[in-house]
Design a protein around this ligand. Structure first.
Ligand code: NAP
Length: 292
């Protein structure tokens, strides 16, 4: 039997429609739409594509986007001052620093300069701490997008054996915490893990965020596993692929995310969700979306 496809593009479209409705319903009371500010530094071409996608997504739901694109040689102090200006701007509900920033800049200090309640990416240390404690706050977008996909597909998590491959602050660590909070029993694998195959074969849920194209194949997966592929890579011959060899793993899996069209679109939607939620909170509006 073919695996259930965890379709992030379809879910992102549905959630965006709900966000658009929520914004139009709250606009009169709030007096302004939600605003997302994206700070981009330097000319990394991939970042340019990501920022454009985020700005387009704001347009689709009726939020405003405020882009600031500064040259790579902008001094750290000027960037921090720009972030403080955005923190104080009442038209801005969410701010994100597009990572990576050019060499020589301190990305951790930039994240620390953000108002934690406007931290659209959920990466401020206070928000990571809130996640560890299970307290409300903006959540890291990529793992939050994975949770939304799993919840929507009604994948049982309580008591499930989950393996997360990757331990980055951006994906692996917050992913493991979110799965633990959903009562999964979580093991985190990384580049020093011995016998990855034996470990991943024990998983009922396997989330792969290793940044290694095609790392996970049929040998890593037991029949009936739910497989989430966070990896995203440009193939030399064109097109995108993930960390999972989809054609091999799909026939074994109970459910699987495609690349593209799985986790990627959900990341942008979670950024919008964090921003709209901050806007709704600051205007005492109802926020009936259960996914965050
Ligand atoms: P990262 O910072 O490079 O972290 C990769 C993690 O994988 C590290 O913890 C590393 O272990 C581990 N790892 C590397 N090789 C491994 C191996 N052979 N076996 C087991 N573990 C291994 O990457 P990231 O930022 O977490 O991103 C991971 C992937 O997700 C990338 O492909 C990235 O492009 C993609 N991504 C996608 C989205 C999206 O929206 N779809 C968002 C963010 C990231 P060590 O800690 O030991 O080095």
């Amino acid at each position: 039997m073919a695996a259930l496809l965890l379709d992030g593009r379809a879910l992102a479209t549905r959630l965006e429609a709900q966000l658009a409705d929520l914004i139009s319903a709250g606009l009169a009371k709030a007096g302004r739409p939600p605003g997302l500010a994206v700070l981009r530094v330097g000319d990394d071409p991939a970042s340019g594509v990501y920022v454009a996608n985020k700005e387009k997504a704001c347009g689709r739901i009726g939020a405003l986007s405020f882009g600031a694109h500064l040259p790579a040689n902008t001094p750290q102090a000027q960037l921090e001052a720009e972030l403080r200006r955005l923190n104080a701007d009442p038209a801005v509900d969410g701010i994100l620093v597009q990572l990576p920033v050019p060499e020589g800049l301190d990305d951790r200090a930039l994240l620390l300069a953000l108002d934690p309640d406007k931290d659209a990416d959920g990466l401020h240390p206070l928000n990571l701490g809130r996640l560890v404690r299970g307290e409300a706050g903006p959540r890291s977008c990529t793992p939050a997008g994975v949770m939304a996909l799993l919840k929507t597909a009604e994948i049982p998590l309580s008591g499930a054996r989950a393996v997360v491959v990757g331990r980055s602050i951006l994906v692996g660590q917050p992913m493991a915490l979110m799965l633990q909070q959903a009562d999964a029993t979580v093991t985190v694998a990384h580049s020093r893990t011995k016998d990855l195959v034996a470990l991943t074969r024990q998983a009922e849920l396997l989330v792969v965020a290793a940044g290694r194209p095609g790392l996970i194949g049929a040998e890593h997966v037991s029949p009936g596993t739910v497989v989430v592929d966070v990896g995203i890579h440009r193939r030399p011959e064109g097109g995108l692929c993930g960390d999972v060899r989809f054609a091999e793993v799909e026939p074994l899996a109970k459910a699987i995310t495609p690349v593209p069209g799985g986790v990627g679109p959900m990341t942008v939607t979670m950024l919008l969700l964090n921003t709209v939620r901050a806007w709704a909170r600051s205007h005492a509006l109802a926020y009936p979306l259960p996914l965050l």
